[in-house]
Design a binder for this molecule. Sequence first.
Ligand code: FES
Length: 103
Amino acid sequence: MSEFRLCSVNELEPGAAKRFDIDGHRIALVRIGDDFYAIDDTCSHADYSLSEGDVWEEEREIECPKHGSTFSLLTGEPQTLPATRPVPIYEVVVDGDDVKVVV
Ligand code: FES
């Protein structure tokens, strides 16, 4: 397990998602309020980028922009069809002004 710095806290607006390519992983970093979540960027249904989808702040989910499945940012589990398989999630560490992911 290694920690990688993704960005500073202020680089991502609340309610936004951004893709990072880290150590062979495509990761969507999502900010909700002051909380950060890291989820694999590739939808489990087909090869589409979750970071281009809408963030559902209250539900703590992100919506795939292609067919609309939503995924829990807490577990990676799909909450709606057509996706049926989870996507990996990653631990996020906020260290001062730095947002880091553990992969
Ligand atoms: S590609 Fe994501 S739901 Fe189909």
